[in-house]
Design a protein around this ligand. Structure first.
Ligand SMILES: [Fe+2]
Ligand SMILES: [Fe+2]
Length: 457
């Protein structure tokens, strides 16, 4: 079945999750898309090229979650803040070093900061190469899974290449850098500096990087475009999302059918799971368990398919939580707990941007609600919690307890079920739990072996 929504609206809405990962103010990818698209139109590029640039920019940060944990661990820093501030650093070694000195290990002991700094100074190049490589290749791979063509995938892969060859991962230069990447880098910088300092600051920063980071011809074209008041007015308005979605180049012929929706949910599920080494495969497993429980409870196939998407995306809000907290081995402080709990509301907010997902947003965003009213984000009571949410919650808790987490080792299926039994009726729905038990008893499939429940460490 084809749904009455355009692909741009779906992908554009999900790009808000990528903004969260990058620590960017919400709407960064959509605004960058407007900047790149306006430039492509200004240059009168053909429709297919405009379309490739459009999606390469909307999805430029698809791979970002995959280096968040490493950044947090290496730099002893809040990955989101680190990534945000790093985008504002000027060119050159001195600026980079100044940034590192001021950002490494904020809040850590002097000894840990010194150790971290020493590692980075000694292995800085390899570390940065690795971080960028992970992000670029992972992002391109996920774009391919989302059925985008090679031009879009390569545009994402080469986002960090610079015109003068000083970029990464390959250090290619000039026109050897895919056109979509050159557009994406320029558009990203314009948005970051425009948000931070306004139009003049953005224009000055772009001009300064002409010929070093940026394609000088694109910079010239941007300088012309920057004289157009209407361009800035849209960029600065609340209508920018609607305008960008309505302007999707070559939009005819792309139907978002159920298969494509499944593929998009799977792809973003991977972005979510890449955020932390402790959640590798979590969304996929929760989707699998939720589907099995739903089947056992007699939920009709069409609704199960819908629910599976919700299960894949239930933790999309975790992209907005720092890995300093998500991967913390010890007890969380009060403040850190508040930050973790925010992920459920973020999930509802992100999915709620997509009209087709409005019901799913409530169902998935409520996965930490408890039947006794002690859950979050709303503190709903049993009568207010849908069956579909209870199914996701049961699957989620089963995976969280059975898999290794920073705060506990992996548990066997029996241990996991024993722990869950203590929470029946308060946090876990007894009917969903019985269905889970029945599924586990009936399936001798290897997918249910505890070894496969352990997360990648
Ligand atoms: Fe969660
Ligand atoms: Fe979860």
């Amino acid at each position: 079945m084809a749904h009455s929504m355009i692909l741009a609206e779906l992908i554009g809405s999900l790009s808000y999750a990528l903004d969260l990962t990058e620590g960017q103010p919400e709407g960064h990818c959509v605004r960058s898309c407007w900047i790149g698209l306006s430039l492509a139109r200004h240059l009168a590029l053909d429709e297919q090229t405009q379309r490739d640039i459009y999606y390469a920019i909307l999805l430029k940060d698809l791979g970002c979650s995959s280096n968040a944990a490493r950044i947090s661990e290496l730099y002893l820093a809040d990955d989101r803040l680190f990534k945000h501030d790093f985008k504002l650093v000027g060119e050159g070694t001195a600026s980079t070093l100044g940034f590192l000195f001021s950002h490494i290990g904020r809040g850590s002991s002097l000894k840990r900061r010194a150790e971290s700094l020493w590692t980075i100074l000694r292995h800085g190049k390899e570390i940065t190469d690795q971080l960028i490589e992970t992000r670029c290749y992972r992002g391109a791979d996920i774009a391919r899974q989302l059925r985008f063509n090679e031009t879009v995938a390569c545009g994402i892969q080469s986002l960090d290449e610079h015109w003068d060859g000083s970029g990464r991962p390959l250090g290619v230069q000039g026109e050897a850098i895919p056109l979509a990447s050159r557009f994406a880098l320029l558009a990203q910088l314009v948005d970051v500096f425009h948000v931070a300092g306004g139009r003049e600051v953005a224009c000055a920063e772009i001009a300064r990087r002409a010929g070093s980071w940026l394609d000088p011809r694109l910079v010239n074209a941007f300088t012309e475009l920057a004289r157009d008041e209407a361009f800035w007015a849209t960029l600065e308005s609340n209508e920018v999302d609607a305008v960008v979605f309505a302007c999707e180049p070559g939009k005819q012929g792309i139907a978002v059918d159920d298969d494509y929706l499944d593929a998009i949910a799977e792809g973003f599920g991977q972005v979510i799971d890449s955020k932390s080494p402790f959640t590798g495969g979590h969304s996929q497993r929760v989707a699998l368990y939720a589907d099995k429980i739903a089947e056992r409870l007699g939920v009709v196939p069409e609704r199960r398919r819908w629910l599976k998407r919700g299960a894949l995306l239930h933790d999309v809000g975790k992209l907005g939580v720092s890995n300093r907290i998500l991967d913390k081995p010890g007890r969380l402080t009060e403040e850190e707990w508040v930050a973790v709990k925010r992920h459920a509301a973020y999930t509802e907010e992100i999915l709620g941007r997509i009209p087709l997902f409005s019901e799913l947003a409530h169902v998935a965003g409520a996965h930490h609600e408890r039947l006794d009213g002690g859950g979050y984000p709303r503190g709903l009571h049993a009568g207010q919690i849908a069956l579909e949410t209870r199914i996701i919650t049961t699957a989620d808790i089963f995976d969280a307890i059975s898999a290794e987490r920073p705060y506990h080792p992996a548990n066997s299926i029996e241990q996991t079920l024993d722990i869950m039994r203590q929470h029946l009726g308060s946090a876990i729905d007894a009917t969903c739990f019985s269905a889970l038990e029945a599924v586990l008893a009936s399936e001798a499939s290897p997918t249910w072996e505890p070894s496969t429940l352990q997360t990648v460490s």
